[in-house]
Ligand binder design. Structure first.
Ligand SMILES: [Fe+2]
Ligand SMILES: [Fe+2]
Length: 283
């Protein structure tokens, strides 16, 4: 029963699908505000836990534990296979494997003739979800990310759930800038812990700068969708966020397209991976 309470989502995709419906093209700002009422109780429970437990201390502790990258040594494709072992036996709507999801995102970018590094980034952007297979809770793997150690923006989904976060009782963390300096740059800001930040650390030596922004900030919706937290950004951050925004539709809306034939596409992606990554990397 305990794990049911801590793992409210039927699958990690349930969160991705929620975000996709929240930002459905053509939706007004007002409709966006109604997302909370429309979300199912599992999604709401998921956010309640996420907002309650993602404190600055929690983030620092997870960073210390996971950025050592001493858990596995494996290829990018091995990580895709590993993520594929995360199967949803309870979600009848999800019949695509994790690899198929990743390939759909990459294929959509490829059809639009995006640069090769962009296609590769689309392919791997969610590999950080293997955190789940290391025993991490759903609320510490997925969910909108947000800065910790300073005031929460009211542009973050379910802001009311932050009342239960112990950081709400730390006066410094509740000021506009908190522990940070104005325009200090996002690289100096701690975001809530999850698959984005983890994968950034895994791939940071191998991919170009825009790719690293796409990976590290793709769930930072309050910033890339709603313009929050410019007080912490440098001009470079703001420039690079154009790439984060360019990537977002591929992440959210490539699911409906046709089912990819993984074996047929594999040679193309093997070659693409080897252009940027050594045979094995540290996870
Ligand atoms: Fe993601
Ligand atoms: Fe994604």
């Amino acid at each position: 029963m305990q794990s049911l309470i801590a793992q409210p989502l039927k699958s990690l995709e349930e969160w991705d699908d929620f975000v996709g419906s929240r930002y459905e093209p053509g939706k007004s700002q007002e409709e966006f505000r109604n997302y909370a009422a429309a979300a199912n109780t599992r999604v709401a429970e998921f956010y309640r836990l996420n907002h309650q437990y993602q404190t600055l201390d929690f983030v620092l502790q997870k960073k210390a534990s996971f950025t050592t990258l001493n858990r596995r040594e494996m290829s990018v494709w091995d990580a895709m296979d590993f993520l594929n072992t995360l199967v949803d036996d309870s979600d009848p709507d999800t019949d695509l494997s994790q690899i198929e999801h990743l390939m759909q995102t990459a294929e959509a970018a490829r059809k639009d003739a995006q640069p090769r590094w962009f296609i590769l980034t689309a392919l791997i952007h969610d590999l950080g979800k293997i955190l789940c297979l290391f025993g991490e809770r759903q609320w510490a793997v997925v969910g909108d990310t947000f800065p910790v150690g300073c005031a929460w923006s009211d542009q973050i989904v379910y802001p009311e759930f932050f009342a239960a976060n112990p950081d709400s009782g730390v006066p410094l963390y509740q000021t506009e800038l908190g522990i940070y300096e104005r325009h200090c740059g996002l690289r100096n800001v701690h975001l809530s812990w999850g698959h984005d930040e983890y994968l950034y650390h895994v791939v940071k030596d191998y991919l170009p700068e825009p790719a690293l922004y796409m990976i590290r900030y793709h769930s930072f919706y309050s910033a890339h969708r709603h313009g929050a937290y410019t007080n912490l950004m440098t001009p470079r951050d703001r420039e690079m966020f154009d790439w984060v925004r360019k990537f977002n539709p591929y992440d959210l809306y490539s699911k409906g397209s046709e089912r990819p034939v993984v074996s047929a596409l594999r040679p193309f992606y093997d070659e693409l991976i080897s252009e940027y990554f050594p045979a094995r990397i540290h996870w």
